[in-house]
Design a protein around this ligand. Structure first.
Ligand SMILES: [Zn+2]
Length: 358
């Protein structure tokens, strides 16, 4: 018997109801739309994603397709334009097919319209594929916007396997950074009494540890390994949804990456920046509490051929130092090893030299 789920129900859930990871779930998107009783799907995609993937999906949902929009620069401005254009149309679902920029616009738009969002990622470069958080730029500065999590995530490994290897490596960096984020969270629980959720923490950290242990033999284009990566990124997104904050997947290492973006030094991908941030912050956790292992972090990134030095991501040592000092001023209420230790510029210089980052 077919299971009928009401859209009203979908609107109240705060984590994905349907998650499909496999070789080929894109072919069943038409069935998914039918099962969810959706009749007016608005497709949001990018030009390249459309040619490679979304054009075929469009054919499969032709009957219930309400319209199609191609994301340009991304950001709130585009979301606002969509709301103005479609606010009075009978759209009952938003499907995003594309990379981070596309999914972020689709996610926030769906949230503003209070209708379910179906995420169909074409890259696995960060945990945004299943998280309720969108990263936009306003006036050249990065901002985070909280939306509802996707109602469904369709992660087709055939599509993801064909994405650039650099982006898969970035996904690896974003995933393993969870181990630092959760260390920061535990530290805050001890020092400030912050709420801590064991389920969310485990969901964020266990797949990350699995990836760290597997680094030696990891081939991200191989289906089994790619599954591990994608599953881990989706679980991170769900962990964020459970606690309603990015806490399980974003700590001091993300502050470093945000600082690079704020200062205009962010020339690498998100995952590359948080990967290098993770080496630095693991060092601090190890030095001050014996809980980190920066070498393990660095070696694992080297094994998968992700950058581990400032030079590799086009940064000068001075820029890294400036970003680290700036990172201490970002979102100080989120207590991390940075607030705890409050390192000086000289302290950071030592860390960079010892870890070989710069
Ligand atoms: Zn991230």
């Amino acid at each position: 018997m077919k299971r009928k789920l009401k859209r009203e129900f979908l609107n109240t859930v705060d984590m994905p109801l349907f998650v499909e990871i496999g070789e080929g779930p894109r072919k069943y998107i038409g069935d998914l739309i039918e099962n969810l009783d959706l009749s007016s799907v608005y497709l949001i995609t990018g030009r390249t994603s459309f040619e490679l993937v979304a054009s075929k999906i469009k054919e499969r949902i032709e009957e219930s397709l309400a319209g199609i929009y191609f994301v340009q620069g991304g950001g709130m401005e585009e979301v606002r334009r969509l709301i103005v254009d479609l606010g009075y149309r009978d759209v009952d679902c938003v499907m995003g097919v594309g990379g981070g920029k596309v999914l972020d616009v689709a996610k926030v738009f769906a949230s503003e319209m209070n209708i379910p969002f179906i995420s169909v990622p074409t890259v696995a470069s960060h945990d945004g594929i299943a998280s309720p958080i969108a990263s936009f730029k306003e006036g050249g500065k990065p901002i985070s916007v909280t939306a509802k999590p996707p109602a469904a995530v369709v992660a087709d490994l055939v599509i993801l396997r064909h994405s650039p290897i650099r982006l898969l490596r970035s996904g690896y960096g974003d995933l393993i950074s969870n181990t630092v984020a959760v260390k920061d969270w535990i530290l805050s629980r001890e020092k400030t009494g912050e709420d801590y959720n064991e389920i969310a923490a485990s969901m964020a950290v266990l797949p990350a540890n699995l990836m760290l242990s597997a680094a030696e033999k990891l081939d991200l284009k191989q289906i089994n390994h790619l599954t591990m990566l994608v599953r881990g990124l989706i679980l991170s997104g769900v962990a964020i949804s459970i606690v309603g904050s990015s806490r399980p997947a974003s700590g001091s290492e993300h502050k470093f990456s945000h600082a690079l973006d704020f200062l205009g030094f962010g020339r690498a991908t998100h995952g590359e920046q948080v990967g290098i941030g993770s080496i630095i912050m693991e060092y601090l956790h190890e030095k001050h509490y014996g809980t980190g292992n920066w070498e393990r972090m660095k070696i694992s990134l080297e094994k998968i051929q992700a950058p581990t030095t400032a030079k590799e991501i086009g940064l000068k040592k001075e820029e890294v130092l400036q970003a680290l000092m700036y990172a201490k001023k970002i979102r100080t209420k989120r207590y991390t090893i940075l607030e705890d230790v409050n390192p000086s510029e000289e302290d950071f210089e030592v860390v960079l030299a010892k870890t070989g980052v710069a």
